[in-house]
Design a protein around this ligand. Sequence first.
Ligand SMILES: [Zn+2]
Length: 183
Amino acid sequence: MPTSLTKQEYNEKARERLMKKVTIADAPNPALGSTCWNHGGTPSNTNGHRYLWYSREGVTEQHAHRVSYRIHRGEIPEGQLVRHICGNASCVNPDHLALGTNQQNMSDMALMSNTPVRAQSGIRGVCETANGRWRATVTFMKKAQTKVFKLKEDAVAWRERMVRELHGALVGYPAGSKLGSAN
Ligand SMILES: [Zn+2]
């Protein structure tokens, strides 16, 4: 892209490139009330982030979610990360992105790892069992915790509460300390 573009023009073009590969999810994220924008670009790392190049005035980004943050929300301060509050690493919905610390991001990733990205229910970590119940699973530091519910809403609510609790526990750890169990 020519560098003669103003920042706004550049961002508009970057937004076009971003949105070309976006599929809006069918159902809204129950906690956030809005839908994920799943980016179908090439995975840029093992976390499931998607590749999208952005380079302007000394700023270079290669992750689609970071590009989306810059386009829609603004600058990313030095040392800050862009986290997915929806828990979906391929999501680029700016309403699902938040700035955070490395500590918070590690916690997000620990919670996201080994969890099916696309469960039958359309909600991460919640799936229907053979007898029509709903099983919620939270995987944290490679340990899975599971609970079965009659109602899908209850399964989703339980999982969200667990994620918040586990997240809170990990964020409370001092930087650089060895991460133990979430308890
Ligand atoms: Zn999302």
